[in-house]
Design a protein around this ligand. Structure first.
Ligand code: AMP
Ligand code: ZN
Length: 121
């Protein structure tokens, strides 16, 4: 399958891997939007959040548990961090293999993308 994140999972493309277990892998984002920005992905290919099923309940839970564990290991849990799943075009998804963004290391603005909103919600 021609999927960038499957290739990272299969070690066909290098990445700065910071965590790996049987079901997930986490690596630093190549274009970080915060001092610490990593992605947690399932080893199983799932294109978007629209495609998760009941069978993926435990896997998606495990992605979030892993993000929490890695944030603690990286020393950012106490100050805090943001987790984001982008879904499809309006969500800003560019890689179609689900991934949980974890951003940390500075005080993050909220709401996101406020400055790029071209029209009122
Ligand atoms: P999204 O826009 O939510 O689909 O996020 C995709 C993320 O993957 C972006 O933040 C990219 O910077 C990141 N990314 C793309 N290619 C790579 C790569 N080869 N290694 C690490 N991160 C990547
Ligand atoms: Zn994939």
């Amino acid at each position: 399958m021609d999927c960038l994140f499957c290739k990272i999972t299969n070690k066909e493309i290098p990445a700065q891997i910071i965590y790996e277990d049987e079901h997930v892998i986490a690596f630093n984002d190549i274009n970080p939007q915060a001092p610490l920005h990593f992605l947690v992905i399932p080893k199983k290919h799932i294109s978007t959040l629209n495609d998760i099923t009941e069978d993926d309940r435990e896997l998606v839970g495990h992605m979030i548990m892993s993000a929490s564990k890695i944030a603690k290991d990286q020393g950012v849990a106490e100050n805090g961090y943001r987790t984001v799943f982008n879904c499809n075009n309006h969500g800003g998804q560019t890689v179609y293999h689900i991934h949980l963004h974890v951003l940390a290391g500075k005080s993050l603005g909220w709401p996101p993308y406020q400055d790029t909103l071209k029209q009122p919600i």
